[in-house]
Design a protein around this ligand. Structure first.
Ligand code: UDP
Length: 238
């Protein structure tokens, strides 16, 4: 085994939908376990790992407000959904023997730790996987922004956005066979062309702090480990 990690500390961002497998809603335990194995394989290389998981498999604030719910209340429900996903990932990782902490932007001491930056850094130094939950703790934001914020605060070298496709394409590769993948793309081009890397506020926050975003497929077994070792296909936004 000759794979050498090219990074010491990274942020892995996945959407809530990544956890639902083929189901249309909620959590699919084998899918959560599969992603946990990907994380463990990188953890085994000695990489310090932060994670942010979305909540869209359970609840999205915008969907709630479209149905007449007050927006900030709906957003808090979305944030709570991310806590459930974080707990599911914690359970799956610890079943594999990986030590973790779930760290919430909204204190809920019986459930997980509150976010205290220095404490989270210490967990990383001790090789605990830090799963940041409840987004930024603020309505009107997304977990993409939360991932970018925490990646900066934790001094991660890059954000790895795990998706269903192996990068950013000029059009939807599932619909158009002639879609082409960007090897790399600038933040400004991703914003101007609305390439769907992350939402605009997250990309702008990454740009303003020179935080690279690497979009890769989390569907390939061993993919995360390969990408961290400089192998495989991906798009680098920088
Ligand atoms: N959310 C929020 N503030 C944050 C992060 C998330 O209000 O800082 C809410 C928002 O309603 C969002 C929901 O939580 O729709 C779930 O997060 P997101 O949509 O980012 O999940 P994903 O699409 O990645 O699954």
């Amino acid at each position: 085994d000759t794979l050498e990690p090219k990074y010491k500390r990274v942020m892995l961002k996945i959407s809530g939908e990544a956890l639902m497998g083929d189901a249309g809603y909620g959590l699919n335990p084998p899918t959560v376990a599969r992603i946990a194995r990907e994380v463990k394989s990188v953890h085994d290389m000695g990489v310090e790992i932060c994670m942010v998981i979305g909540g869209g498999n359970i609840f999205r604030g915008l969907a709630g407000s479209a149905q007449g719910m007050e927006r900030t209340t709906a957003d808090y429900m979305g944030m709570l959904a991310t806590v459930m996903n974080a707990l599911a990932m914690q359970s799956a990782l610890e079943a594999l023997g990986v030590y973790t902490r779930v760290i919430s932007a909204i204190p809920m001491d019986q459930v997980c730790e509150p976010y205290i930056r220095r404490r989270a850094v210490r967990h990383l130094e001790k090789k605990r996987v830090c799963i940041f939950a409840a987004g930024t703790g603020n309505p009107y934001f997304t977990t993409d922004t939360a991932a970018t914020l925490r990646a900066n605060e934790m001094a991660c070298e890059a954000i790895f956005k795990g998706t269903k496709v192996d990068g950013v394409y000029d059009k939807d590769p599932n619909k158009y066979p002639d879609a082409t993948r960007y090897e790399e793309v600038s933040y400004d081009e991703a914003l101007a062309k609305r390439l769907g890397v992350m939402d605009a506020s997250a990309i702008a926050l990454a740009r303003d702090n020179n935080m690279p975003i690497i979009v890769f497929s989390l569907d390939e077994p061993g993919g995360f480990r390969g990408i961290l070792s400089g192998q495989g296909t991906y798009t680098k936004v920088h």
